[in-house]
Every structure is written in structure tokens, then in C-alpha cells.
Design a protein around this ligand. Structure first.
Ligand code: ATP
Ligand code: MG
Length: 407
């Protein structure tokens, strides 16, 4: 009972790269079963070129490692080996089932098994539980192909049970719906509403990664659903006084920093979080992102500068990345467009940081300046140059330094 085998796809249509074929055929030649599985199969069926190719196999991890020297045991406890061929790599995972999930997060144990269907049965959604053999045979025991055709996300098995096992799957359902534009099937969606509370037990890092992936799709408004279902309860308390239009986030550049800036500012603006930095800290964002978000928030509480000196002062104080993100957020959140002004200042090449000052600390050392005096002088010269950009010349600044020192 190998499920529905449909000979839909033939190898030339799949066209996996050579290194992937090498792995599949290499395993088969040793008498093991080996299939493409997960996202790459979903992509092939949808006519999308896969980014990475995941393989599942009946071979045990040590057999995979032995067969492909130079492979790395990247997730041995889950049976995953990264097989490296030349400059390319693919993850090869042994067929497995998962034991009890004590804390709604991680299985207590995994057991390697010899059959494909058991392995497909532990996967999250029907569209992710399809295997494809090198010769184009499809194993689709949970009707994933038909769900892909219906553009529908459906749990493998009982949704409540599957979300209780691993609450992250609720985020994954929303993430895939945001990325692919699929709808979530009724029972699966109801189970998310019912099980949302369990998301509070997830490690913040895992939640952060899922939220970031949702924010980076073309449908960031999916975060409204995540919030209203209660998946973010641990991080976003209560409701704000107005629902932010997260769809606007799609106009921000497709970069984590830009999207986090606009997302946290929107949450704060409408009263969903008391402070952006606390929120981001709890979600374990890195220091640079947190600083950028909190600085951008300060910038957005002020009017944009009215002249190039004002812009240079901001650039000097907050850095190019933060000011750029803030300007994008100005436009997306407040409808104030000042990108042209900022771009003009950046393009002018006028100096706004010590890095671009025509004199260095060493120059001033040789004038006999040192310690705090030297620092003060650099600061003074930079301020001078921001005001008189045409005077960012070594001779002029050395002269000025000498003169100011004497007086
Ligand atoms: P992407 O294109 O984003 O990589 P993907 O479907 O490959 O999508 P991955 O997170 O790379 O997603 O996971 C690979 C496969 O492993 C999934 O397709 C799914 O079959 C299975 N999987 C991953 N995470 C889970 C989970 N939490 N529960 C059950 N199965 C999972
Ligand atoms: Mg993947």
C-alpha cells in the first residue's frame, strides 16, 4: 500500500541538478530507497524552480555518510546529513517517525523506519508530504497534489493533534499561506484557533524566524491573522485601538531590517505593544535590528529635516541604514515622501561621518593633539564640514585645527 502512485512527472520535467541526481542514484545503486520530498516537490508540481532539494531515504545516516565522503552530520538526532558534492549540497534525511511530544515543541525521540509512507505521515501538510522518485514516480498518500491544485493547506492527519504535537506548525500554515497565496482548509484553520494558546510555549527564536518569513512575503497582512488568532499572545498583549494595515509592509524593501522596522513601528503606533525594544528583545532579535527599530521610531516621531544639513546630522547620529529604513517607513506609514531628499544628500557625497572627513586622528596627532582634545577637535571639524561641505579638504582642515588650537 504505497498510497497513490501517479506517474505524472517524468525526469526531464523535474530536471533536478546533476548533484541531486547523483545523490538519488547513488543511494539507489546501493539498494536504498531515495526520494525528493517536501518543498522541492511542491515547487516542481507548481512549476516553480526549487531553491533547495531535500531528499529522504531508507539509508541510515551513517550509511549516507559512508556513501558520500565529505558529507556533514548537520542534524543527526533527526537523521539529517548534509551531502556535499563539489560546491553544492542537499539535505538527506532518513525515513523516521517521531515519538511523544512532551512540550508541544520537540519530539522526545525519533525512530528510523524503512518505509516512505510512515515518513510522509509525520510531515505537517499534505502539500509537503509528497515524495518524488528519480524516475518521476509520485507517492502522494495524503492527496497533496489535489490540495496543491485546490491551493489549499491541510494538515496530515488530525489537525488538533498535529498542532498539539508541534505548535510551530500553526505558524508554518500561515507562513505558507502568505507565501503561496493558498487558503487554509476549514478544519486546519479551526484547529489553529483552538490550539493558538500552545504557541506561547514555543522558543522565541523559532517564532521570530517564522514571523520574519511571513513579513518578507508579498502578504505580510497575514500577521493580522497570526495576532487575532492569538499566536502572538506572549509578545503582543491585548488589542490595539486600530488595526494596522500590515498589507502596507509589502511596500517596504524585501529586507528583514526594513520589514521589522515598519512592523514594530505600526504595532507601537496603534497601541499593540508598549515598546518596540521590549517586544523585539523578547522575540530575540539581534542588537543591530533592535537599535535600528528604536532609532527609527524616534525619527518618525519628529518631522523630517528641511535641509541637507539636517539630513547629514541624522545620518551622522543614526547611520545610513537606520535613516534609510526610517524614510521608507515615513512614506509607507505616514504617507510622507522624503526619499528624494535623502537620496540627493547621499548622492552628493558630502561628508557626514568621520570616515569621510579629509583629516584623520593621525593627522591631528602629528599636530600635537591627543586624548580627549583630539576627539573634540575631530568632532568640531566634522561639524564644520557638515555645514561647509566644500571645505572638506586636508589643507583647509589642518589649518583650521592649528588655528583653533592656538586660539
Ligand atoms: P521551504 O521552501 O520554505 O524550505 P519546505 O516545505 O521545504 O519549504 P522546510 O522547513 O524546509 O519547508 O521543511 C522541509 C519539510 O520537512 C517540509 O516540507 C515538511 O515535510 C517537513 N517539516 C518541516 N518542519 C516540520 C514540522 N514542524 N512538522 C512536520 N513536518 C515538518
Ligand atoms: Mg526546504
Amino acid at each position: 500500500d504505497l498510497g497513490t502512485y501517479r506517474n505524472l512527472i517524468t525526469m526531464p520535467q523535474i530536471n533536478p541538478p546533476k548533484y541531486v541526481r547523483q545523490i538519488l542514484f547513488g543511494l539507489q545503486a546501493r539498494g536504498h530507497l531515495a526520494y525528493l520530498v517536501g518543498g522541492c516537490v511542491r515547487d516542481v508540481i507548481m512549476n516553480i524552480t526549487p531553491q533547495d532539494w531535500d531528499i529522504c531515504t531508507s539509508a541510515l545516516p551513517e550509511e549516507v555518510m559512508e556513501l558520500f565522503p565529505g558529507s556533514r552530520p548537520t542534524g543527526l538526532e533527526h537523521g539529517t546529513v548534509t551531502v556535499i558534492i563539489g560546491s553544492k549540497s542537499a539535505e538527506v534525511t532518513t525515513f523516521r517517525t517521531e515519538g511523544d511530544y512532551r512540550d508541544h515543541r520537540r519530539p522526545d525521540s525519533v525512530t528510523f523506519v524503512s518505509d516512505l509512507i510512515t515518513d510522509l505521515g509525520r510531515r505537517d501538510f499534505s502539500m509537503n508530504a509528497i515524495a518524488l522518485s528519480a524516475d518521476g514516480m509520485l507517492a502522494d498518500p495524503f492527496d497533496g497534489v489535489s490540495d496543491i491544485e485546490k491551493r489549499c493547506i491541510r494538515c496530515v492527519g488530525n489537525p488538533k493533534l498535529r498542532f498539539t504535537e508541534d505548535a510551530l506548525r500553526m505558524f508554518r500554515a500561515l507562513r505558507f499561506s502568505a507565501r503561496l497565496g493558498f487558503t487554509i482548509e476549514y478544519d486546519t484553520l479551526s484547529a489553529i484557533e483552538e490550539c493558538a494558546e500552545l504557541a506561547s510555549e514555543l522558543a522565541p527564536e523559532r517564532v521570530r524566524d517564522e514571523v520574519e518569513k511571513i513579513l518578507l512575503t508579498t502578504r505580510p497582512e497575514t500577521m493580522s491573522a497570526a495576532i487575532s488568532f492569538g499566536l502572538m499572545k506572549r509578545y503582543i498583549s491585548g488589542a490595539g485601538w486600530k488595526t494596522p494595515n500590515f498589507a502596507d509592509l509589502a511596500s517596504m524593501p524585501r529586507k528583514p531590517l526594513s520589514r521589522w522596522v515598519a512592523f514594530s513601528i505600526m504595532l507601537r503606533k496603534y497601541g499593540y505593544i508598549p515598546s518596540a525594544s521590549e517586544f523585539l528583545k523578547q522575540l530575540r532579535l539581534d542588537g543591530r535590528t533592535i537599535r535600528c527599530c528604536t532609532d527609527a521610531e524616534v525619527l518618525l516621531s519628529q518631522d523630517p529635516p528641511s535641509d541637507s544639513l539636517g539630513w547629514k546630522k541624522l545620518l551622522n547620529r543614526y547611520g545610513v541604514d537606520t535613516v534609510t529604513c526610517a524614510v521608507q517607513a515615513y512614506s509607507v506609514i505616514m504617507g510622507i515622501d522624503c526619499e528624494k531628499e535623502l537620496r540627493a544628500v547621499l548622492k552628493s557625497g558630502e561628508c557626514f561621518s568621520l570616515k569621510h572627513l579629509a583629516v584623520t586622528g593621525d593627522d591631528l596627532l602629528s599636530l600635537g593633539l591627543k586624548g580627549p582634545e583630539l576627539g573634540e577637535m575631530l568632532k568640531f571639524l566634522l561639524e564644520y564640514v557638515m555645514e561647509y561641505p566644500e571645505n572638506n579638504k586636508r589643507e583647509i582642515l589642518l589649518e583650521l585645527a592649528k588655528y583653533s588650537e592656538e586660539s
